[in-house]
Design a protein around this ligand. Structure first.
Ligand SMILES: *Cc1c(COP(=O)(O)O)cnc(C)c1O
Length: 426
């Protein structure tokens, strides 16, 4: 049996639903909010690593297991822990680091969501999945869909297509279309929204997709499995904050499980200064992201080294979103600049032995800051979520193949033209 038993529940009305028709939100709600997967099995069985990410499938909303996945790995830090004077620092690593068991070939925790989301899809679906991304998400979905023969339309800004590197060619059931040079992630999202109005295509759904969140939540399951208890603190660099929401939801399930303690991890999330919309809203005590000047935001995004942290419309204010998660669990938002990230990356490489994704370097920098400002106790159980790493190593060890665009579109394309052209790709 590879189908997990679960149903969906609206966090707004409490109504429950069977998972049919790719539900992303409950119909006719009084306000925006998430749905959540409720699993029949309250105590999770950890399967062996041979199952890849599906070793956690008791708590993944999947109908099938796909091939080629790898789980996140957790280990207890010695080098960095000693350097920072921490007694119980645990590192959860998603990326490429075979010596530690890290086998994610697209080198980030976006793989956890891609295998979960595609596993949620019904194999009979005759519609084509659409994913918009500026980087890691596109790479993860391209790999999973290519290896498992799932039709996929990717929309990416043309300026970002150099992130689409792979160790083997991508099959032509995966097609890439781009928004022309000078466009950004938001233009790619716009293009994907147009594509999804075509009846033959459907959206992945982002944070609203229960499979995306519970896929990312496997990082916390990995930590709880290894440590044997729920950590006291959770450190992660965020753009949308979906990973932190997912961590909180996994935490709530672990409490219900009963074997891992009853505490809620403090959510210590970090952003790359000067692009700090979640920090600004949290510090202002606001449930809503503060108004942003378009020009200023673009300039700030251009400055930050961790581009994956540049989300301008995070799922922060809706019911069950990041504001609710942090209010319930406690925690804080920490900001770190590019220089602090470089220092953190060097320290991590020196004491742990692997290169970090720039976003994971921000998370590490935030931990350094939290320690120096006594925001955490020295003996606290700390989970540092290294959301991406080993990219340098992977690129060195492999001959790379790049996915090439099939179609180019203007920043604000004519929908009819988009429809006519994307139909011809599959
Ligand atoms: C997407 C991404 C993040 C941010 O994740 P969210 O939880 O969605 O904000 C952090 N690190 C890496 C490597 C990522 O790819």
């Amino acid at each position: 049996m590879t189908k997990t038993s679960y149903h969906l529940k609206s966090l707004v009305s409490g109504k429950t639903f069977d998972d049919k028709d790719w539900m992303l939100e409950a119909p006719n709600e009084s306000q925006p909010g998430f749905i959540r997967a409720i699993y029949d099995k309250k105590q999770i069985d950890f399967k062996s690593n041979d199952f890849g990410i599906y070793k956690y499938s008791d708590w993944l909303p999947v109908h099938r297991h796909l091939k080629g996945s790898a789980p996140p790995v957790t280990y207890k830090s010695e080098g960095l822990a000693k350097e920072l004077g921490l007694k119980n620092l645990y590192i959860t690593f998603s990326g490429y680091w075979p010596e530690k068991g890290g086998m994610m070939k697209t080198c980030s925790f976006k793989e956890t969501e891609a295998y979960s989301v595609c596993g949620r899809m019904n194999s009979q679906s005759d519609k084509i999945l659409v994913v918009a991304s500026a980087g890691n998400t596109a790479r993860a979905f391209a790999r999973v869909c290519s290896d498992n023969n799932i039709p996929l339309l990717l929309t990416v800004p043309e300026d970002n297509i150099d992130v689409l590197w792979f160790d083997s060619p991508i099959n032509d059931n995966v097609r890439l279309i781009v928004s022309e040079k000078g466009s950004d992630y938001f233009d790619a999202i716009h293009l994907s929204n147009i594509a999804c109005r075509h009846p033959g295509f459907f959206p992945e759904g982002g944070a609203k997709n229960v499979a995306r969140r519970d896929g990312m939540g496997t990082t916390v399951l990995s930590a709880a499995e290894f440590i044997g208890k729920i950590p006291d603190y959770y450190f992660q660099a965020i753009g949308s904050g979906t990973g932190a929401i997912a961590a909180w939801e996994a935490n709530l399930r672990l409490i219900q499980d009963g074997r891992f303690g009853k505490n809620k991890m403090k959510l210590m999330v970090s952003q790359n200064y000067p692009f700090t919309p979640i920090f600004d809203a949290w510090k202002a005590g606001s449930r809503n992201i503060l108004a942003m000047d378009d020009e200023i935001a673009r300039k700030q995004v251009a400055e930050i080294s961790a581009k994956v942290l540049s989300n301008r419309k995070p799922p922060y204010s809706l019911i069950g979103g990041l504001f609710d998660a942090m209010t319930d669990a406690g925690g804080d938002v920490i900001i770190c600049n590019n220089e602090e990230a470089i220092i953190a990356n060097d320290l991590f490489e020196k004491f742990e032995g692997i290169d970090l994704h720039p976003a994971a370097a921000i998370a590490t920098a935030s931990l350094i800051q939290a320690v120096s400002e006594n925001m955490v106790e020295k003996n606290a159980v700390i989970m540092l979520n290294i959301t991406g790493g080993g990219e340098e190593k992977f690129k060195k060890e492999n001959r790379l193949h790049y996915l090439k665009p099939s179609l180019f579109f203007k920043i604000d394309p004519d929908p009819e033209e988009v429809f006519e052209n994307i139909e011809t790709l599959f």
